[in-house]
Write a protein that binds this ligand. Structure first.
Ligand SMILES: Cc1ncc(COP(=O)(O)O)c(C=O)c1O
Length: 371
């Protein structure tokens, strides 16, 4: 097989004329801040998820922080899985909480409900359950032993049917390499009216009605026009709202989400069908954000290096959070410590062609033939 001229990335965004015309429209509209595109995106996203409310924000991480602040989660224990991105481990620390990491289920790599039971204390006020690689976390089992706040982290499950409906509130990510993306962006979905009404103004410094909505309101202070310039702030707010440029991109991507997922399923099925002799295929690769396969510990790093030499980039999702000094824990993680050394995420993104897939399969097979 001839060597590629360019690198095949592990993950990358995908776009075309639809995204360009959505951006052109919003740029020409003269309204780039939070406005009609954000409202439209929130409505469409809530509908897809089946949630009553949606709030578009700047990132999933920011979404989690807002939830902590709205619910007054501070000076307490917060549980989350050690196999995750740093966001879920560090947001509790931002809020003066003890970030207690849990071990994982060896099959799904999601937070292990049995370990959750062991780590719970009388001071545990929240649990962040991550849907690892698209697979929904076992929130039903967690509910049996915990009646506090459960945040369902759907950064890696956009969109797995049913995702976002088991926790009290769900957080989503539209960061650059997510299945649908606006470079950066996030969403909060929930059925909790109080949470929705509390967080919405918090995304905009506590201003109760956005500038865009104040341009449309019936006059209150200025009877001559319909523009209301005045507002009153009675609670602490932050700057965390999504703008119309991001929302226009997200809307265009949302409308193509089925197409993106179809391509990802195709890639994942080809890997499953043709590589299962060499790799342990992921627990469930229907809508996964990444294709996290497992190989033996001895093969993992040599395979990463070998594929890189063939201009194929891979990734490791994730190095356990307890191995980062900032989140060091005073305990053992037998499952995560064993499994993460086997992780290798093969390239999987909506822009991949059949030639790209053949190329990856060829070199993975070739690596194992020569072992
Ligand atoms: C599980 C998980 N949670 C949260 C995040 C953070 O998302 P964002 O970049 O939108 O803040 C990520 C990012 O990859 C993630 O993988």
């Amino acid at each position: 097989m001839k060597l590629r001229e360019t690198i095949l990335p592990a993950m990358r965004p995908f776009s075309g004329p639809d995204e360009l015309s959505a951006l052109k429209e919003v740029i020409e509209s003269g309204w780039w801040g939070k406005g009609p595109k954000v409202s439209e995106f929130e409505k469409e996203f809530a509908k897809m998820v089946g949630a009553k409310y949606a709030i578009a924000v700047t990132s999933n991480t920011q979404a989690q922080d807002l939830i902590f602040k709205a619910k007054g989660i501070k000076n307490c224990d917060v549980l989350s899985p050690t196999i995750s991105f740093i966001a879920t481990g560090i947001v509790p620390v931002w809020n003066q909480c003890k970030s207690i990491l849990c071990d994982i289920d060896p099959f799904t790599c999601n937070i292990d409900p049995d370990d959750v039971k062991k780590q719970l204390t009388s001071n545990t006020k929240a649990i962040i359950a991550v849907n690892y690689a698209g697979v929904p976390a076992d929130i039903d089992s967690i509910r049996e032993c915990f009646d506090g706040l459960i945040i369902e982290d759907c950064a890696l499950s956009c969109y797995t049917p049913g995702a976002g409906l088991k926790g009290d509130v769900a957080v989503w990510s539209f960061q650059a390499v997510k299945t649908m993306s606006s470079g950066d962006g996030g969403m909060i979905t929930t059925d909790d009216k109080w949470l929705y009404e509390t967080i919405r103004p918090m995304t905009n410094f506590g201003i109760p009605v956005s500038t865009y909505d104040r341009t449309k309101q019936p006059a209150i202070t200025n009877k001559e026009t319909s523009y209301v310039w005045d507002y009153e702030i009675d609670s602490i707010g932050y700057k965390a709202y999504m703008n119309d440029i991001q929302a226009a991109l997200c809307l265009a991507q949302l409308r193509r989400l089925d197409e993106f997922l179809q391509t990802r399923r195709h890639i994942q099925k080809r890997y499953n069908d043709e590589l299962s002799r060499y790799i342990t295929i992921p627990a469930w690769s229907e809508t996964a954000q990444f294709y996290s396969a497992r190989v033996s510990k001895e093969d993992r790093n040599p395979l990463i290096a070998y594929l890189a030499s063939k201009r194929i980039h891979t990734a490791v999702h994730f190095k356990p959070l307890h191995l980062h000094p900032i989140l060091k824990q005073d305990r053992e993680f037998p499952i995560a410590d064993e499994e993460w050394l086997k992780f290798i995420s093969l390239p999987c993104h909506a822009g991949m062609t059949d030639d790209d897939i053949d190329y990856v399969i060829y070199w993975v097979k070739n690596f194992f033939k020569n072992r």
